[in-house]
Design a protein around this ligand. Structure first.
Ligand SMILES: CC(C)(COP(=O)(O)OP(=O)(O)OC[C@H]1O[C@@H](n2cnc3c(N)ncnc32)[C@H](O)[C@@H]1OP(=O)(O)O)[C@@H](O)C(=O)NCCC(=O)NCCS
Length: 173
């Protein structure tokens, strides 16, 4: 999987389209919502990076196990230079990601559950996007379960922002 991920440089732009049938909270995990990234130590490197990029406006959702250990985190980003396809911050558009499930907790539906929770709570605010590497099958399966559909193809510029590379015009949110 890792090798494939490095070979292709194309990403999919996924957009939240519909609420799927209710995804239940995986048993034994607690959801913590809308945590300010600066107040958390988990995924420290990732948190610091995104805090700088979004000027502290990024948030996160986490699932903890019975012992309080972090089994999954998903970040929620406002418009920033990385995502030029999004409208202004006022529009309420968000991008979900990066997301991560601890290896021993994978395959239990933590990821689709968390992103569907995020999508449901932001549904009335604006468009909800995710950027996923073309070869990241586990992630693609998870986001489709949560009600996202692939809309366009993206590539990363040398400045690490994601630009749309197909001719098709982005449809209105
Ligand atoms: C992508 C990722 C977040 C999915 O998390 P998850 O909580 O395991 O999600 P799910 O339980 O829905 O599993 C998704 C699919 O992964 C595959 N999978 C199942 N068990 C797995 C395991 N033990 N290890 C790896 N993949 C597994 C299956 O295809 C599964 O779909 P299925 O349940 O319909 O068979 C996780 O694999 C991860 O953290 N990967 C590294 C970081 C990453 O790629 N993040 C996403 C991009 S932002």
């Amino acid at each position: 999987m890792k090798d494939n991920l490095h070979k292709s440089k194309i990403y999919g732009l996924y957009k939240y389209c519909n609420s799927p049938s209710k995804l239940n909270r995986p048993q034994g995990y607690d959801l913590h919502k809308n945590i300010k990234i600066s107040s958390n130590l988990f995924g420290l490197k990732t948190s610091l990076y995104w805090n700088v990029i979004t000027l502290g406006k990024a948030r996160s959702y986490i699932l903890t196990d019975e012992k309080g250990g972090i089994a999954h985190y998903s970040f929620v980003m406002p418009k920033c230079y990385k995502f030029p396809f999004m409208r202004s911050q006022k529009s309420g558009d968000i991008e979900i990601g990066p997301c991560f499930t601890r290896e021993k907790d994978r395959g239990r539906g933590l990821y689709p559950y968390v992103i569907s929770q995020i999508a449901n709570s932001h549904n009335k605010c604006g468009a909800i996007y995710m950027v996923i590497h073309n070869k990241n099958t586990s992630s693609i399966i998870g986001v489709e379960k949560a009600g996202f559909k692939r809309r366009q193809s993206l590539k990363k510029t040398i400045f690490k922002s994601f630009i749309i590379i197909d001719d098709r015009k982005p449809e209105k949110p």
